[in-house]
Design a protein around this ligand. Sequence first.
Ligand code: EPZ
Length: 457
Amino acid sequence: MGTFCFCSSMTSNFNVPQVLPPSDPKLVVNGGSTLSGHVIVSGSKNSALPILAATLCCSGSSNLKNVPYLSDTRTMASILESLGAQVMSFGGDMVVNTDGIVSVEPDSSDVGKLRGGFFVIGPLLARFGEACVGLPGGCDIGARPVDLYIHGLRALGATVELRDGKVQAHVSNGKDLIGASFRLGYPSVGATETLMMAACMAEGKTVISNAAQEPEIIDLAGFLTNCGAVVEGAGTDTLYITGRRKLYGSEYSIMPDRIEVGTYMLAAAITRSCISISPVAHITLTCLADKLSGAGCKILQLSDDTLELSAVPWTIGDDLRGFSVKTNPFPGFPTDLQPLTMALLSTCKGVSVIEESVFENRMSHVTELQKFGAKIQVCGSRATVSGKGKASPLRGSQVNATDLRGGMSLVLAGLAAEGITEISGISHVDRGYESLEMKLQGLGANVIRTTTTTFPV
Ligand code: EPZ
């Protein structure tokens, strides 16, 4: 795999390879080989982001461990710094001190980069009585409104308005938020987290019903409890929170990233390989494990926190069988693994159906997967995948990532495909996968990151 392009302009000698100026990084994968060995997953991005926001509730310093080094966690740190917090990082540790907060209006350009940026509205409002937060960004996978956040903050006694593209909120009684009972119209992960943080510092008791039950909610509740909050019911559909006027920074270790675990399970399956993965909390991925076992993979719990997934030919027999999935809030099949599962299904035997029920526009990877020769038809939120099986492998291709998990589905397809795959737009993938190419290389994958053009132009 070279890093040169051959260019025949008037001014260059076309026999001399030219290195083009650096551009957006790409991943180049020479696919078709099997993976082996062990991979260690990082801390969870989707836990780290709300927990970083929750440090705004706390006096003193919070020492967070196992924080993944990702563009999203760095942006979240910048958001906290734009408010006046001090953030120091050493390896996987992030120490945040919010005693010097001077603003309740985070940098809008950073908030516009990720959904998690909006979470700060809850703690700011609860601790300082006001907040002015720009509308959030994040992956372009649907409308992603913030109405549930606003509804909940109003129930807690805030006045909330949308003005000049920002959500402006203040505590209506000029003092504190007041605990309340309300039901979320949908078990939104981010709204549950934001309102949980706000309720932890509200006066009196709050009951949030139809709350999200994702493991990341339990992790956030764990951090808040360490800081002195009283939260019961995390991981069920009803949260009972007793407000405390003051919370104190504490030390907390972020849970392992269950979506990264699922990603490497799918990487082993799509390459018909056998790898082990740790640390894994098995309960968080039962849905995926059941589907992969049904398809023919063998999943072994090697120890409390290590699993092995085997999809090698002598384990799976003829080939992996397709299966159908519908995404749903936890404990349903995770929407974040939908694009990656689609990549796998395009290599399995038989017809599979994927229904996306969480986000209305999470299918943009389909046109890119089709470039590998995948046979996928989309009708609304349903995709029908006609698996090619081993007789007709995917072919390497030049593709473009437009969102985090869709981008990672292209990396998986590239690992399975015969020949070279070049994936541009890899900054989307960098938002959620720490040390991606190093981890893949450690499993024996032939993958490099480059900023030069590798295909002939
Ligand atoms: C979180 O997003 C995750 N992000 C997402 O991870 C994940 O896909 C999603 O939960 C579902 O599991 C973070 O934790 C930072 P939601 P979030 O609010 O909180 C609708 C990844 O790849 N909704 O549960 O934004 C919304 O439009 C990502 O790592 C409203 O209608 O998800 C969507 O259809 C991407 N109004 C549905 O709820 C609201 O006010 C679920 O969204 C809020 C949400």
